[in-house]
Design a protein around this ligand. Structure first.
Ligand code: ADP
Ligand code: PEP
Length: 454
């Protein structure tokens, strides 16, 4: 266990300050989850650091060493590059900027030593995702088109259709079998389900599908498209993903680029995919990266235990899960994955819609703050911030407070967060006290015993 955690730490976490935190020693006396919850304490001063990491997506708004350094100071532990967007050249440039930011922090006498932690670098593959196309006239990244509820739109899936910009009546998707695999009545979720279409008539001969907009709204560029329950036949990992990983891993041996320590695979459904990702991203003569499997559908969930034999951690892809499964099951999936990771001493990462309202407002809703705190209490090792915040013009005005707001709930609650094996070994550098030593049964059926993942 300790070995696995040490591997994680070497890519993104600093353990020294965490290991000396005495309040955690007190917390490890809890034997049951109920005892733990009864003892939550909001009066004690929060610890400075906790075992919960923060991962942030590095997008166009953070393409500067200064911004990345400020994000590290604000709490970022792992920088994520998303291969769904941008070019390989842009990702290389991002790796260079990350290396520059680390150097900047190292050389800055004003920066306190606890901030001199090694920054983890994660590359997220695209997997078997379908995405929409570019926006009118290659507009700004923040541009959108409006899909009106009850209007008709045509989805073009021809390879040549990418050249035309999307409009409010014509979309393009990057999967040329799209028109062949959908049936009338099929739901089409876009942008993690924020938009919903219904297939009216597929026209495979024209590589087009006519749809009705059920839930309209603003659509940005390269948004993910989900066909719940449909086997698209796409491979779990594409040759392009493997080639991109190999190229970036080999380049990141250059000292002027940050070293990739973590590879994340989207829609992983088997241990074999984990092995392929690790192999692709292992450059000659260097240790292999950690591999995090993103679980985004029922098939991935069914294969969780098998995947965990190979993977170093799992990311709960709440965006994809909320389209593939009924929304009300996502919290149960999150709790199950977090618990399974804790008992297997693997890292768990919670992603999507964390503190989402902070994209628009300076303070999160109480429900969002509770979402983060509950994830931490459940034993999540890392929180991934994504969405549109990397695009915001006022990037740090939004991004930094967002990160800090995660820090506030973390310390206050996490001293009791010991029912998570993997988080414990991160904190205390020794195997955790099993929290199931005494079986416990809550007096009332808890909400987690509600809907079970199918
Ligand atoms: N390398 C990049 N190049 C261009 N745009 C990017 C890049 N990385 C991220 N973005 C933008 O930032 C947004 C948020 O990133 P992320 O959360 O990873 O995306 P998504 O939610 O689309 O998977 C993306 O939707 C995209 O518009
Ligand atoms: C993180 C997720 O996946 P992606 O990176 O594809 O948005 C998700 O679905 O929650």
């Amino acid at each position: 266990m300790v070995k696995i955690r040490s591997k994680l730490l070497s890519t993104g976490q600093s353990i020294s300050s965490m290991a000396s935190n005495s309040s955690n020693t007190h917390a490890c006396s809890f034997r049951t989850a109920l005892q733990q919850a009864c003892s939550l304490d909001v009066d004690t001063s929060p610890a400075k650091t906790t075992g919960t990491g923060i991962m942030c997506t590095i997008g166009p708004a953070s393409w500067s060493a200064k911004v990345i350094a400020e994000m590290v100071q604000a709490g970022m532990d792992i920088a994520r590059l998303n291969l769904c967007h941008g070019t390989l050249e842009e990702h290389r440039r991002a790796l260079k900027l990350i290396a520059e930011a680390e150097e900047k922090l190292r050389d800055d006498p004003e920066v306190s030593t606890w901030q001199h932690k090694p920054l983890g670098v994660a590359v997220d593959t695209r997997g078997s995702e379908i995405r929409t196309g570019a926006l009118p006239e290659h507009g700004k990244l923040t541009d959108t088109v409006n899909l009106e509820t009850d209007s008709l739109v045509t989805i073009d899936c021809s390879p040549t259709g990418a050249a035309q910009p999307i409009t409010s009546t014509r979309l393009w998707v990057d999967f040329d079998n799209f028109a062949k695999i959908v049936q009338p009545g099929q739901a089409v979720y876009i942008d993690d389900g924020l938009l919903e279409l219904r297939v009216e008539s597929p026209r495979p001969a024209d590589s087009a599908v006519d749809c009705l907009v059920i839930v309209g709204g603003q659509l940005g560029a390269a948004r993910c498209v989900c066909l719940p329950g449909v086997d698209t036949g796409m491979p779990e990992v594409s040759q392009r993903d493997l080639d991109d990983l190999a190229a970036l891993a080999s380049d990141s041996g250059d000292d002027s680029l940050a070293r990739i320590g973590i590879v994340m695979g989207s829609f992983v459904r088997s241990a074999e995919t984990v092995r392929r990702l690790r192999q692709a991203a292992t450059a000659d003569g260097r240790p292999p990266p950690l591999v995090v499997a993103k679980i985004g559908d029922a098939r991935g969930l069914q294969a969780l235990e098998e995947i965990l034999v190979e993977a170093d951690g799992v990311l709960v892809a709440r965006g994809d899960l909320g389209c593939e499964l009924p929304q009300e099951k996502v919290f149960a999936v999150q709790k199950r994955i977090t618990a399974v990771c804790s008992t297997s001493a693997k890292a768990s990462i919670c992603a999507t819609h964390l503190l989402n309202s902070m994209l628009m407002r300076p303070r999160p809703t109480r429900a969002e703050a509770s979402d983060v705190a509950n994830a931490v209490l459940d034993g999540v090792d890392c929180l991934m911030l994504s969405g549109r915040q990397p695009l915001a013009n006022t990037r740090l005005k939004r991004c930094a407070p967002l990160l800090r707001s995660v820090e506030k709930p973390r310390p206050a609650y996490s001293r009791a967060s010991t029912c998570s094996g993997s988080a414990d070994s991160l904190w205390r550098q020794r195997p955790p006290v099993p929290c199931t030593a005494a079986p416990w049964r809550p007096a009332k059926p808890p909400c987690v015993a509600g809907p079970q993942p199918s």
